[in-house]
Design a binder for this molecule. Structure first.
Ligand SMILES: [Zn+2]
Length: 297
């Protein structure tokens, strides 16, 4: 029994995440939900409450996979790397503040690459697709992921953990900030434009991520960053110059709200993704104009 309790303590219950992270995430979700209800950025196209219920249903399976499989696996690998003195940060033995800074940035870069792969590798897109076909974008889209995508991320993110060798506390702190940032940039909250313009020099914001959920393929294939957008700047995948009123959220071949029920969404990876065309056969396009690096209201 004692062994079971020790295992539970070490690999299932994580104080940083469960005692501190949980309430932070729940409060962030509620505040962003209120903010996007009273200061809406983009007009809604689908029936709001029906969407929200479906997204929460999908989120339940995703959160389970994240909390019970992904996080324990990453922590296990970080302990394994530390015990075998493997991974960049274990080789360097930096002062704690520098270890934190480097580890945090490298974990964020790893997640940029994982997101990029989800768009570029057909097999991964089958799972990531269900996040993108949402007809509106708000804080509930931030938790609408197929649990299969979370399971698959164990391999890539686990590999990144072995390469970087971050301490387990660093992974947990990063995870709380990562999830909070994900809730924030998916939200449909109209932040004062001047303020968003300033913060979008460093972090991913709702207007920036709105472009990533556009129905125009070139726009979806941009803005992959999660917390810091320096990764999009370095890889030239940044695209900010689209007015939010002109963005159509979603994927062109999945426009039917009724089709997006929980059962269909969960089964979607087993069906071949549809080509990037609208039901009338046309391809959504937009003329390229202005400087890609300049945020539009
Ligand atoms: Zn994406």
């Amino acid at each position: 029994m004692e062994k079971v309790l020790d295992f539970f303590k070490d690999f299932i219950y994580f104080e940083i995440l469960d005692k501190w992270g949980g309430p932070v995430l729940a409060a962030s979700f509620l505040l962003l939900f209120l903010a996007e209800t009273y200061r809406r950025l983009r007009k809604l196209k689908a029936e709001r409450w029906k969407r929200i219920k479906r997204n929460i249903g999908i989120a339940f399976t995703a959160v389970m996979a994240l909390r019970l499989a992904l996080i324990p696996a990453l922590i296990y690998l970080s302990v394994l790397a530390e015990n075998s003195n493997f991974g960049l940060l274990n080789w360097l033995s930096l002062p704690v503040w520098l270890e934190f800074l480097c580890g945090f940035l490298l974990l964020d870069y790893g997640n940029y690459l994982w997101h990029l792969l989800n768009h570029q590798v057909n097999f991964l897109w089958r799972f990531h697709n269900i996040h993108h076909i949402d007809l509106d974008l708000d804080v509930t889209t931030a938790v609408r992921f197929h649990f299969g995508e979370i399971f698959l991320s164990v391999f890539f993110r686990g590999f990144i953990i072995l390469l970087i060798g971050p301490a387990y506390w660093l992974i947990l702190i990063y995870e709380v900030v990562f999830e909070t940032a994900t809730l924030f940039h998916h939200s449909n909250w109209r932040i004062p434009f001047k303020f968003e313009k300033v913060i979008s020099n460093i972090i991913v914001t709702p207007r920036m991520h709105g472009v990533h959920h556009s129905i125009v393929h070139r726009e979806t294939n941009s803005n992959y960053s999660i917390i810091f957008n320096i990764w999009d700047r370095l890889h030239h995948s940044l695209r900010l110059n689209i007015h939010q009123d002109e963005i159509n959220i979603g994927v062109p071949s999945y426009r039917e709200p009724e089709e997006q029920n929980i059962k269909n969404l969960l089964l979607m990876p087993f069906n071949k993704p549809r080509p990037w065309i609208l039901p009338n056969g046309s391809v959504p396009e937009r003329e390229e104009k202005g400087n890609k690096d300049v945020l539009m209201p």
